[in-house]
Design a protein around this ligand. Structure first.
Ligand code: PLP
Length: 447
């Protein structure tokens, strides 16, 4: 079964350059087959593997070079191998005393990341299932630290470009929708620090309790980085928890340009990262870094008599005290193996390449008289639209581009205007495909 699986994986990866960018239509009969309940009698591995492969084909091709929509990740095979090993050995990493070795592997990666982001010695990192869950933990920690048990009147400061997971986290953490305040941006789509300051002051004067300021290091819409130094200083003056959503943009910190663009992230109280975006890992890994680990532990520690045999490790974190989960999958190996095997420089180089590719795509599209590119990219998202034309025309343009099945792009709306977006982040996406994408866009704008 292992050999058959590895063969299927090899075939899949070999086929990616030629794979269509999506195959989601005409699916009714396949879906009906896939929905069948499990049988009483055993099945055949080869038959089931084949069924899985046909199921996987009925998707947008998110692993290959063609995926330029939303935020691509790709999925490193070495991380998938780590996952197989980790799951096969099935270690219990919710409590460090049960698996100090595996927890040390994971904690080593987290400590390294805290250092890369300039966080102090008391910081801690915890791997989650994704950015949204990491954000939820951050909001709960901030709430507990700044408001205590009575959370009435607590307010959170965001922008129109803050990811939807912030409002969702606030709601799950017990806040009404009105608690999420939306600060306007300047014309370059960054949070207006002066406007934020005024809004905080006015809210405080009217009896509200401002407690979190959210900066984004790479918005999903346009990859824009908020003015982190100004926001950090404002948060400090006002006693706000400074949360930085770096789910998309955070790992660019590993490059020289990204390090500069993310200046100021080191004063954050919490930072969210998504290795399943910027480290090219398979879906299912987010990270929360918290400046003062005591704040996280205070928010999440629980007590159970059935855990009395376990002494709390001094040196290693008990992950169950740093988030809502007790039992969890061993998330460390899928980070540790690729980092130690490929070396950090391979990640820096790959991320640098994505910055170059986005800059090149921007230059080529902006030079086309039919195309308008409103903002040069801070990171690796390029937004554009046809210079003339209604929203329907823009949508038709996107359809024509995607109909080639060589690339898959997505769209968004900014200030009510429909924009197409091209995000370069997959580790299998290189210059050849990005140049092809640009040619496809230019031809489609004429079609
Ligand atoms: C993707 C993303 C999130 C949400 O992360 P998930 O891993 O999808 O839950 C949050 N913020 C930003 C900026 C993102 O790009």
């Amino acid at each position: 079964m292992g050999r058959q699986s590895l063969e299927a994986i090899t075939d899949f990866v070999d086929g990616l350059p030629k794979a269509p960018s999506f195959d989601t239509g005409d699916r009714d009969s396949l879906v009906a087959e896939l929905l069948r309940p499990p049988p009483e009698e055993p099945g055949d591995f080869g038959v089931l593997l084949d069924r899985f492969r046909r199921a996987a084909e009925k998707s947008v091709e998110t692993a290959g070079p063609s995926y330029l929509a939303y935020i691509p990740g790709g999925g490193l095979i070495t991380s998938a191998l780590a996952e197989l090993l980790a799951n096969a050995l099935n270690r219990y990493t919710g409590i460090s005393g049960l698996a100090p070795g595996p927890v040390a592997l994971e904690h080593g990666v987290m400590r390294w990341l805290c250092g890369e982001f300039g966080l102090p010695a008391g910081a801690v990192g915890v791997a989650t299932t994704g950015g949204s869950i990491a954000t939820l933990s951050a909001m709960v920690a901030a709430r507990h630290d700044r408001l205590g048990e009575d959370i009435a009147g607590g307010t959170i400061y965001t922008t129109p470009h803050t990811h939807l997971c912030l409002a969702k986290a606030a709601r799950i953490a017990g806040f009404p929708a009105a608690a999420v305040r939306v600060v306007p941006t300047t014309s370059d789509l960054r949070m207006d620090v002066g406007a934020a300051e005024k809004m905080v002051a006015a809210d405080r004067a009217s009896g509200l309790r401002p407690f979190v300021l959210v900066g984004t290091a790479g918005t999903t819409n346009t990859g824009t980085v908020d003015p982190l130094p100004g926001l950090g200083a404002l948060a400090q003056r006002e006693g706000l928890w400074f949360h930085v959503d770096a789910a998309y943009g955070g790992f660019f910190r590993l490059t020289d340009r990204g390090r500069e663009r993310l200046t100021g992230i080191d004063v954050a109280d919490s930072v969210v990262l998504d290795p399943h975006k910027g480290m090219f890992l398979p879906y299912g890994t987010g990270i929360l870094l918290v400046r003062d680990q005591v704040t996280l532990r205070t928010a999440f520690t629980g007590e159970g008599d059935y855990l009395q045999d376990l002494d709390a490790g001094e040196q290693l974190p008990d992950y169950n005290t740093l988030g809502p989960e007790l039992t969890r999958d061993f998330r460390g190996l899928r980070l540790w193996l690729p980092l130690h095997l490929h070396g950090v420089a391979a990640f820096r180089d790959a991320l640098d390449e994505k910055l170059d590719l986005a800059a090149e795509a921007y230059d080529a599209l902006a030079a086309d008289p039919l195309i308008e590119c409103p903002w040069p990219p801070d990171l690796s998202v390029v937004t554009f639209r046809r210079r003339d034309g209604t929203d329907d025309d823009q949508r038709a343009l996107l359809d024509r581009i995607n109909a080639t099945r060589r690339v898959f792009l997505s769209s968004t709306r900014i200030d009510g205007r429909y924009l197409l977006r091209l995000c370069v982040l997959g580790h299998r996406t290189h210059a050849d495909r990005v140049r092809e994408a640009v040619e496809i866009v230019r031809a489609a704008a004429r079609g």
